[in-house]
Design a protein around this ligand. Structure first.
Ligand SMILES: NC(=O)c1ccc[n+]([C@@H]2O[C@H](COP(=O)([O-])OP(=O)(O)OC[C@H]3O[C@@H](n4cnc5c(N)ncnc54)[C@H](OP(=O)(O)O)[C@@H]3O)[C@@H](O)[C@H]2O)c1
Length: 367
């Protein structure tokens, strides 16, 4: 055999070994570790924690150390939190590629939850924007707990006075994702025809309302039982996906926000105007390439198409929370709340959300 073939064969062999090793490392689940020791004099609080990846059974309702705010931090007593698909992605460490950040084998950070609303209980000595007693909402890892500390310059704003804590806690990731998908990625303009696939879920119910606030003509896609809900939050047209495939009905849209990822890029392309945009928000479940296929294809194909295919990774930003707060205060956005659970019932809340048929947001009540 020629040397050239031997070298190529050797490289391919080592590449295959390297990929297989990486796959084994990424998919390995370590056993659940013991709870860390906490000093006796520590103040305690209840929180949901996890020390290994897996199904909702890995979540523990535990006593953990109550946090104290640093000089630039605010201590918030949490009254309500809400559940997002992000929570079960972290709980399962899935897709596995995210474990490069969340921890190989087991999570680096045992806390859970992001969206919260509550009352400022204490502030660090450098904090200027908040004072004890302020009613606030925001996003911070560890929101499934009685208390959370947040830096005052991070995603934390005053709660609109016309919203309950449960409503304010519902808006954080879902509302920010909807806003950034429509405005930053979709470059939405008044009068545009916008289709929202997955209009009845946590992100979708905000996307419909925010698209309407931008003056768009909105079509929502959902199942039969959610048709009235999606119409009631402002959609001009509703497509029942059990009766009709939106990629085959001959309509064209300037912007598609896809929260589901159940149609191919070529099918979505067919119903986009020649210079339309598809924003990929959600995708199918899967541990390996499944959820990443849409974004990878979008990245590869978009430069060669008149239409634009873009993927979003929403960012928790204070200025966007303030915009959502104004929209709620003005009555243009009202969170849709589906089921409510207690803090100790977070595993059941996540189990329900994982079924993929929530009607709006799932809330955790702490009061
Ligand atoms: N990229 C980002 O930064 C980002 C941020 C947040 C969320 N996400 C992702 O976005 C997706 C949606 O999040 P979410 O919070 O809205 O989830 P969710 O609350 O679990 O939404 C589920 C919704 O999807 C609908 N649905 C299921 N199958 C459908 C189909 N074939 N056609 C149309 N609708 C369908 C369900 O409606 P029916 O009951 O009527 O079927 C349900 O209302 C998730 O994949 C999540 O991971 C991404």
């Amino acid at each position: 055999m020629k040397l050239r073939y031997q070298v190529t064969g050797g490289i391919l062999f080592f590449l295959a070994i390297a990929i297989a090793s990486l796959a084994l490392i990424l998919s390995h689940n370590s056993a659940c570790g013991p709870a860390p020791a906490v000093a006796d004099e520590a103040e305690w609080m209840k929180a949901i924690v996890y020390r290994c990846y897996g199904s909702p059974e890995v979540l523990e309702y535990a006593d953990v150390k109550k946090p104290t705010p640093a000089e630039d931090e605010v201590l918030v007593k949490v009254h309500a939190a809400s559940v997002n698909p992000l929570d079960w992605h972290y709980m399962r460490g899935s897709p596995y590629i995210m474990r490069l950040e969340s921890g190989l084998g087991a999570p680096n950070d045992e806390s859970m939850g992001v969206d919260f609303a509550g009352t400022v209980e204490a502030i660090g000595k450098n904090v200027k924007r908040f004072k004890p007693g302020d009613e606030v909402f925001g996003g911070r890892s560890g929101a499934f707990a009685e208390y959370v500390t947040v830096r005052e310059d991070r995603a934390l704003v005053l709660k609109p006075t016309n919203m309950t804590f449960a409503q304010a806690a519902s808006v954080v990731i879902g509302g920010i994702t909807a806003l950034q998908a429509l405005r930053d990625k979709g470059k939405i303009e008044p009068g545009q025809k916008v289709l929202i696939n997955g209009a009845s879920g946590g992100v979708g119910t905000f996307t419909v309302q925010i698209a309407k606030s931008f003056g768009a003509e909105v079509t929502g896609v959902c199942s039969t039982r959610n048709v009235d809900l999606v119409r009631s939050i402002g959609a001009d047209h509703v497509i029942d996906y059990t009766q009709e495939d939106y990629t085959r009905n001959g309509q064209r849209y300037d912007l598609i926000i896809d929260n589901v990822g159940n149609h191919s890029l070529s099918a979505n392309r067919r119903v986009l105007t020649p210079d339309g945009t598809l924003v990929i928000v959600g995708g199918p479940k899967g541990n390996w390439l499944g959820p990443l296929m849409g974004p990878i294809q979008a990245l590869m194909l978009s430069p060669f198409m008149g239409q634009e295919f873009v993927t979003i990774l929403a960012e928790l930003r204070m200025d966007d929370l303030a915009i959502l707060s104004d929209l709620m205060q003005a009555g243009k956005v009202t969170p849709v709340i589906d089921r409510r659970y207690r803090l100790s019932e977070v595993p059941a809340a996540i189990r329900y959300l994982e079924e993929g048929h929530a009607q709006g947001k799932v809330v955790i009540d702490l009061d």
